[in-house]
Design a protein around this ligand. Structure first.
Ligand SMILES: C[S@@+](CC[C@H](N)C(=O)[O-])C[C@H]1O[C@@H](n2cnc3c(N)ncnc32)[C@H](O)[C@@H]1O
Length: 208
């Protein structure tokens, strides 16, 4: 399975600072080209870990729409495999690729599931992350594939569903967003951190 996705004999050098160019070089070409539009940049994952490492209580973090697994896998390495990391993704091929990358990067404690979070919301985590997963129905370019319809109405309907699911999270749960969750106001949450990283807004929301 590995050789299907990765260059034979490619070495990963220990101790070399990670960059997007290095991480993305292990992706199939078509996903490398999408990286700056679809996958979380390394500085954002590093900032997330800096924040999480100071948190008193983390049971687990869930990436809503985990893509090729970049956020989950690199966060696991930064945390020295110390936290439970989950990702749900509705594109089966991306879950298969994430599983291969997980093996490549030796991050066995990361769990990926082929799930649509609008249908089966994964409750029970102390922290959630999302990189604007619903926006793809609005965009005309840089799509992952052509499997989803482009429709502003669909986007608004999905956003309402997501907001209702997030509202059900228990008090104290944190939601970390990069380029937002799709809206600007999240009922029941307050913003506890706001920064600009890698050209995008990085926010941390806390359920009241
Ligand atoms: C912008 S990408 C972010 C990927 C990953 N979180 C990262 O930061 O590298 C958004 C991902 O969400 C996925 N997605 C969108 N809607 C979803 C849904 N309802 N359920 C599961 N995954 C979804 C897309 O297929 C895509 O892989």
């Amino acid at each position: 399975m590995r050789n299907q996705f990765f260059n034979n004999g490619k070495k990963m050098d220990v101790g070399v600072p990670m960059t997007d160019a290095i991480w993305d070089s292990y992706l199939p070409k078509k996903f490398q080209l999408l990286s700056s539009f679809q996958w979380t940049p390394i500085p954002v994952i590093e900032r997330t870990w800096k924040y999480l490492s100071l948190e008193k209580e983390i049971t687990s973090i869930m990436d809503l729409g985990s893509g090729v697994g970049k956020f989950c896998i690199h966060l696991s390495i930064l945390s020295n495999h110390s936290i439970n990391i989950w990702g749900v993704e509705d594109r089966e091929d991306l879950v298969t690729l994430s599983e291969s990358l997980k093996e490549l990067w030796n991050t066995s404690e990361v769990t990926f599931k082929n799930v649509n979070f609008l249908d089966q919301f994964p409750y029970g985590h102390s922290h959630y992350y999302c990189f604007n997963p619903l926006y793809e129905t609005m965009k005309g370019s840089h799509s992952i594939d052509s499997s989803k319809i482009k429709s502003a109405n669909q986007f608004l309907m999905d956003l309402e569903v997501l907001k209702k699911k997030l509202y059900q999270l228990s008090s104290g749960t944190k939601l970390i967003t990069y380029h937002g969750f799709g809206g600007s106001f999240l009922s029941g949450f307050r913003i506890v951190l706001k920064e600009e990283i890698s050209g995008g807004e990085f926010l941390i929301w806390e359920k009241e």
